[in-house]
Each structure stands twice: as C-alpha cells, then as structure tokens.
Design a binder for this molecule. Structure first.
Ligand SMILES: [Zn+2]
Length: 464
C-alpha cells in the first residue's frame, strides 16, 4: 500500500481513497511568465505519483488548474503592452508544450480561473452568508478570526504571519491577516460583474471553487510545491472547510524546491532557470530522470553538471534495455520497485537498489539478464519514460538475413542473437581469420550496430 507524507498530520499515511477513484488536485501554474525548472519538477514528481497509483490498480481522477487572472498577470501584460488574455494564452501554451515534452499525463480536468468565475462568486456568497466573509469598499475578505483552526496546516504563528504580511493601502480589512476573496477592480483593469461590484477573484478562492465544482468538495490528495503551503493552501483550507463544514482533503502532499548552488530558485532571487532551454538541450527523458534521482519532498540541487550526469546515466540505461520487450518478468526487481514507491514515492531508493541489482546479476544466465532488462524497461515506462526502441527503427529483415547468413537463430530477444554473432566473430579473430571477421563487422554496421573490440558486450547501437 502506498504511504504518503501528509503535511497536515506530519506523518506517513496509507493512501485510502474515499470512493472508487483516487481524486487528485494539483495547483497548476499562474500563467504570467515562462515555466522554469521548478515548474517542471512539480509536474513530473506528481506525474510519477499519478502513474504509480494507476499502476497499483486504482483509477484516478486528476485535476490541475490554470490561474489565468491575478495581479502579477495584469502587471506583466501592462509591461508587455498586451492584453492579459494574450499573455495568458501565450504562457499557457508554453506550459502545455513543456508538460508534453516531459511526457506528463494530461489531467482529466484543467479548469481556468476565468472560466470558473461564477462558481467562485457562489462560494464567496456562501462564505458571506456563513459570516466568514465580509464586504468592504475594496472587496470581500475572509475573516480569519472566525476560523478556529487557521494556521494548523502550515504550523505558523500569527506573529510570523503578521511580520510577512504587506498591507496594501487600498485594503480596508478588519484584521491584517485577513485575505481577499474578491477584489474590486480599478476602471482600466479586467473585471467581472459580482454582487459586490465589478472586480476579480482573490487567488485562493479559485482552487476551493474548482475542487467543489469537479469533486463535490472532497478530494484524496491535494498537492503542490511546498512554497504554496502558506498562504495559498492555508487559505484554501480555511475557505473550503468553512464553506463545506468538513476537512476537504485527506492527504496534503508537497514537493520540495529546486536549489541553485544552495539557494532557493525563485524569481526574487533572480536565478530562475527556464525549462524550455533544458528540454531543448537534453530532452524530456533526461530531465525526467534528473527529477527521479531526488526524493520529491526534499530540496533538489540543480546544475548543468548534474544534468550532464543524469544524461550519461540515462543513456546507459537506455542502451542496456534497447532491443528488449517491456515486460514484468523479474519479480525481485518488481518488488524493489513496489517497496520503494510505496515508501512515500522513494524514487532514489528504487534507483540505488536497481543499480545494485543490475551489478549483482550482470553475469547471470542469458534468460535471467533478458528478464531483468525487460522489467527495467517496463518499470521505466510506468514512470513515464519513452523509449524510441532501436529494434523498431532498424531494418529487421536485413538483420535477420545477416544472422541467417552466419547460421545464427533469430531469438525473441534480438540482443541474444547479436551476442552469439559477436561471439562467433571473436572466434574467427582468435583463429586469425581477420577477413571474415571484418566482413561480419561491416555487415552488422549496415543495420546500425557497431562492433567494438574493447567494449564489454562487444557491440553497441550506433545511435545510442
Ligand atoms: Zn491552488
């Protein structure tokens, strides 16, 4: 059974879904500027989670929102002299392209804030009616003094919150820590009609409204980066539990941030790294592998050197399993995978034990090795990696002709046949029959297989 660390209870808890489906909501991007590495990490680690839950036999309903209206989007669009819609559409496409390049599953629901305004207005209305919300000249606010368990999720103190709160001049709140549900817009700002005046929603209310709309107000996993715990998730929890009268989330799951030379990567630090650049240079698989190497909850150090390392290791894995069919054939390796993943998605543990296992078994018999390779390929596909199978891109008919020419049987695992071929050629070399050995090498090169006399296996695929 999968155990996940719950930020709220600060303990590992077994995932038990309320209904037949595991309902997952992930806070998605605010589409104000191009995605950076941190956005990639959040998308990929929760993609591992969704894929693993599906692999364990459960069905999943997965929603991830798009915040396409907020103060920063308005500011940025003014800076660029375009409308907030133009900016939002451009950046949304950049996010979508990055998610696709990283092979992240497309959510079942991908609501936009601007398409959920009516649901937000209804929810705010409900909060006002229940006395949690109050109306002022500048908007509608949530009165945190009415909500007893405020700050229980983040574990912050009111003092800390007050020190971090910047009160805008136009805000006329009862308590400085109250937060906006609805903001009255200035004349030149985008706005929607509401019972309290033309304006736009506060940031937190959209996720509460969407979860209510899609999941009838109750979900199994609420996830996002740990920079969202406060204020976003704290405020979401205050709104939702006040409106629906019960805890609306079973598991709060948060991923760690990306560090750059020990410093948190953030816009304010000015050290954000754009995702697209690295996708272009390294490809989705290598980035995915980079994220797989770290525990999703911990901070992860990012550098070009670490990406290079990931690239080299991933290439080794890819060439190890090239030509084999993905299949769960090795139950030991399958157990290693399940035990690691059940332990709060411990992907570095899985990798460490997998490499140990490969080392221990690399001199085993051929069937055992093939089963191990098939299983690695299967598990990596479960984790969302895509292999351009070399077997499919080579001229199979030609390879079979070349093997038949040497009286070598065509095996299910083509690697086995090629190994036999190389062994036969080595015997010719030992007997100093260099002419035939060279001929065999040239023939194999015709299908993109390079014979390397110093190499352990004796051969490699040309393009791997
Ligand atoms: Zn959210």
């Amino acid at each position: 059974m999968l155990k996940l660390y719950n930020t709220f209870t600060k303990s590992l808890e077994t995932l038990e879904s309320t209904g037949s489906d595991v309902k997952i909501y992930l806070c998605g991007p605010t589409v104000q500027s191009s995605p950076h590495i941190g956005h990639g990490r959040s998308a990929v680690v929760f993609d591992f989670m969704v894929r693993y839950i599906k692999f364990s036999g459960k069905s999943v309903i997965f929603a991830r929102n798009i915040t396409d209206i907020d103060d920063k989007i308005i500011e940025k669009s003014i800076e660029e002299n375009i409308t907030y819609q133009e900016l939002g559409e451009r950046v949304t496409k950049e996010f979508k392209d990055s998610y696709d390049a990283l092979n992240c599953l497309t959510p079942d629901f991908e609501p936009k804030a601007t398409e959920t305004i009516n649901q937000m207005i209804e929810l705010i209305d409900d909060l006002i009616e229940k006395n949690y919300g109050y109306i002022t000249k500048s908007g509608v606010y949530f009165d945190v003094s009415k909500y007893d368990s405020y700050l229980e999720l983040s574990g912050r103190s009111f003092d800390e919150v007050l020190r971090g709160t910047r009160v805008n001049v136009e805000e006329d709140k009862k308590n400085p820590e109250d937060f906006a549900l609805w903001k009255i817009s200035k004349d030149d700002e985008p706005s929607w009609e509401s019972p309290w005046g033309n304006g736009r929603p506060g940031w937190h209310i959209e996720c509460s409204a969407m979860i209510h709309d899609i999941f009838k107000g109750e979900i199994d996993i609420h996830c996002g980066g740990n920079d969202l715990i406060f204020p976003h998730h704290e405020n979401e929890r205050a709104q939702s539990t006040s409106a629906f009268n019960h805890e609306f989330v079973k598991h709060w799951v948060h991923n760690g941030m990306i560090n750059f030379s020990g410093k948190k990567m953030s816009k304010s630090e000015g050290n954000s790294k754009f995702l697209q650049e690295y996708i272009n240079n390294y490809g989705g698989n290598v980035l995915r592998y980079f994220f797989l190497r770290a525990n999703y909850r911990k901070p992860q150090e990012f550098s070009e050197a670490l990406l290079e390392e990931s690239k080299a290791t991933f290439n080794n894995i890819e060439s190890l399993i090239s030509g084999v069919k993905a299949d769960l054939k090795d139950s030991n390796l399958e157990s290693i995978f399940i035990e690691s993943m059940n332990d709060d998605l411990n992907t570095p543990k899985f990798l460490g034990e997998m490499f140990e296992y490969i080392n221990k078994n690399k001199n085993g018999d051929q069937t055992q090795i093939t089963n191990m390779k098939s299983t690695i390929k299967f598990l990596f596909e479960i984790l969302g990696f895509v292999f351009k199978d070399n077997k499919k891109t080579i001229d199979t008919k030609l390879l079979e002709d070349i093997l038949t020419e040497q009286n070598i049987e065509i095996e299910n695992d083509i690697n086995v046949s090629i190994n036999k071929f190389v062994k036969k050629r080595n015997n010719h070399r030992k007997n100093k029959e260099f002419e035939i050995a060279d001929y065999m090498r040239d023939r194999l090169e015709e299908v993109g297989i390079m014979i390397e006399d110093g190499n352990e296996s004796g051969w490699r695929w040309k393009n791997s």
